[in-house]
Write a protein that binds this ligand. Structure first.
Ligand code: SER
Length: 600
């Protein structure tokens, strides 16, 4: 069975159980500036898990491309990826544990033909009451259900919040206010490979030895974290199931290595050709093959959504992925790195090949410069210390592995102590950058979501006002919102004059003073466009879109002040917004102007 067949079987199976198929969200969400990537199928569905009705009903199914930056350092084993496809089904205040566990098992055993003996499950062991938080009970209901369904007790394992609790930010104490989550029950495929005692005395489903691979997670999303730290029950009980297509495909083939599946076949083959080596020999080189295959596939997926390698946000992640892939290509003995990347990317991802090659050329330069610096240093002082190697890494992206290799070639060794110095510097740097990106994923969302929501609505008002003052040629070219300010790019040939700026600000502030209702309706994109709703990036919208309207009821018939297709969220009345001021403008060249604005 190919991965395409498995995906289709899954979608059909749940359609058969009354689920509506929904279009997946893009990896880079335009309307969610608080996160870098869609990292789980539930992410675009949060409002519906919290109780807003979904236009397609209470049972949904999809396959959502997902990206997890936090897993970059895990890639290299038999089962971790940064970019993967997550099969998902949702019960939004509809069915719950009883049906979900039954269907999950039915899908794996009947549709994919897994023998029940190969399936193990995990269940939440409960969380005792803590200061300010009530107890979350042990999930005996799921355990009972698994037993009824024929999974024997010895294959049902209980774990705590680290393994069997799911929210975007992790266990309950890590969840910011407003975040939703709940206990979960995972299902594992047993490949039957021998246990490696290096990973502990006894093997169990969550053991790291590689015998078990998690193929699905049924999350029972029923809690929301409140400002006071308490978990409270949501108005509805939800099911959020997610299973990695790559891992399920590996289980179907009975081979505990996702890189041997058809999803990676062409990439691995290309890398074999380039390196004149072969994958799957359990040698050190396998790790490099996997890193290259994951990183190139992941960066091509992000780049195909219009992201270029850069020093910022998603662009930076792409840069890191490409550079790391190129470096591992060099570890496989490839000499002409960019030419090699060019051949691989032209064959597999022709549309983004140019940008990928450019980035590898930049990295190749950094590599040869770094090599020269290192060699010179060695010749003059005879030693390289950890601090020097770290600086080289930090300033030129020159990896430690490469420093070590060059030293080895020159018959020198880096002492354990020096490696530790490098690692200490590296860790403290990584902590800093982790904190920054974690803030982006989590804290950012909680602390700033209210401000961001407000500025979202201001953006609509501003867009409408700009069109009224400057003309209908004004259309959105980009938008970015942080808790402090909004940024809006639009088509116009020159910066606004002082008078125009004042007119735009006044027009926006008038609408705010009138405390107009912000309303939305769901419809198809066609209907929305027909009624004159402004829209952006047409191809990225789902089947049904939300149209937000801001209208002054006393202004009589005629078009509303603003009408735009948008995912939201927005404030409910313009009166919630402060006074808007345009802070600064820039001309971005070729007919695009950028303005920054904030509210006071
Ligand atoms: N939200 C859960 C996960 O990402 C299941 O879909 O694993």
């Amino acid at each position: 069975m190919t991965s395409d067949e498995i995906r289709e079987k899954y979608l059909k199976f749940f359609e058969g159980k009354g689920h509506a198929r929904i279009t997946p969200a893009p990896l880079v969400l335009e309307s969610d500036p608080t996160t870098l990537f869609t990292s789980a199928g539930m992410q675009p569905l949060v409002p519906y898990l919290k109780g807003e009705p979904h236009p397609k009903g209470r049972r949904l199914v999809d396959s959502q491309p997902s990206f997890r930056t936090v897993d970059i350092d895990e890639v290299g084993d038999n089962r971790h990826l940064t970019y993967f496809e997550m099969l998902g089904n949702w019960g939004l205040g509809d069915y719950f544990k009883k049906e979900q566990l039954e269907w999950c098992l039915e899908f794996f055993t009947k549709e994919l033909g897994f023998s029940k003996d190969k399936l193990w499950v995990s269940v939440f062991e409960g969380l005792p009451a803590q200061a300010g938080t009530k107890e979350v009970p042990k999930d005996t209901e799921s355990a009972e259900r698994w037993k009824q369904l024929g999974i024997p007790l010895e294959r049902i394992h209980f774990y705590g919040v680290d393994k069997n609790w799911w929210s975007r930010s992790g266990p309950p104490d890590k969840m910011p206010p407003g975040e939703i989550g709940g206990p979960d029950s995972e299902i594992f495929f047993d490949f039957g490979t021998p246990h490696d005692p290096k990973y502990g005395e006894k093997c169990h489903p969550n053991c790291e030895c590689g015998r078990f691979i998690e193929i699905g997670n049924s999350v029972f999303i029923q809690y929301e974290k409140k400002e006071d730290g308490n978990l409270v029950e949501l108005p509805q009980k939800n099911v959020d199931y997610g299973g990695g297509l790559e891992r399920i495909t590996a289980a179907v083939s009975g081979t505990p290595d996702i890189f041997l599946s058809d999803l990676f076949e062409s990439t691995i083959r290309k890398v074999e050709e380039e390196s004149k080596g072969s994958y799957g020999n359990n040698s050190e080189k396998d790790r490099s093959f996997r890193i290259i295959a994951d990183h190139l596939r992941a960066s091509s997926a992000v780049m195909s959504e219009g992201i270029e390698p850069s020093n910022k946000l998603q662009g930076y992640v792409v840069r890191r992925l490409i550079r790391r892939a190129v470096f591992h290509l060099s570890l496989l003995g490839v000499k002409d790195l960019s030419a090699s990347i060019s051949r691989i990317s032209k064959a597999l991802w022709p549309k983004i090949s140019g940008a990928m090659v450019q980035e590898s050329e930049r990295f190749e330069k950094a590599l040869s410069k770094g090599t020269a610096i290192l060699t010179r240093r060695l010749e003059t002082s005879g030693v390289i210390d950890g601090k020097f190697a770290f600086d080289l890494y930090q300033s030129g992206g020159f990896p430690l592995e490469l420093s070590l290799e060059i030293l080895k070639e020159k018959g020198k060794e880096f002492s354990e102590k020096e490696i530790r110095t490098f690692e200490k510097e590296f860790e403290s740097h990584r902590q800093k950058s982790r904190t920054a990106s974690v803030g982006m994923f989590k804290g950012g969302l909680a602390d700033s979501s209210k401000e961001v929501t407000k500025l979202h609505t201001v953006t609509h008002l501003l867009h409408a006002a700009l069109r009224k003052v400057l003309g209908e040629h004004v259309s959105q070219k980009g938008s970015n919102i942080t808790a402090e300010r909004l940024r809006f790019d639009f088509s116009h040939s020159q910066k606004l004059t002082e008078e125009e700026t004042k007119k735009v600000e006044d027009l926006v502030n008038e609408q705010i003073k009138k405390d107009l209702k912000v309303e939305f309706e769901e419809k198809t994109l066609d209907e929305a466009v027909k009624e004159g709703a402004l829209h952006f990036f047409g191809e990225r919208y789902g089947d049904r879109v939300k149209v937000y309207t801001i209208k002054d009821p006393s202004a009589g018939p005629g078009p509303p002040f603003s009408r735009e297709v948008c995912g939201g969220p927005h404030v409910s009345h313009t009166g919630e917004l402060g006074r808007v001021r345009i802070l600064k403008q820039e001309k971005l060249g070729s007919g695009v102007v950028r303005i920054y604005a904030s509210t006071s």
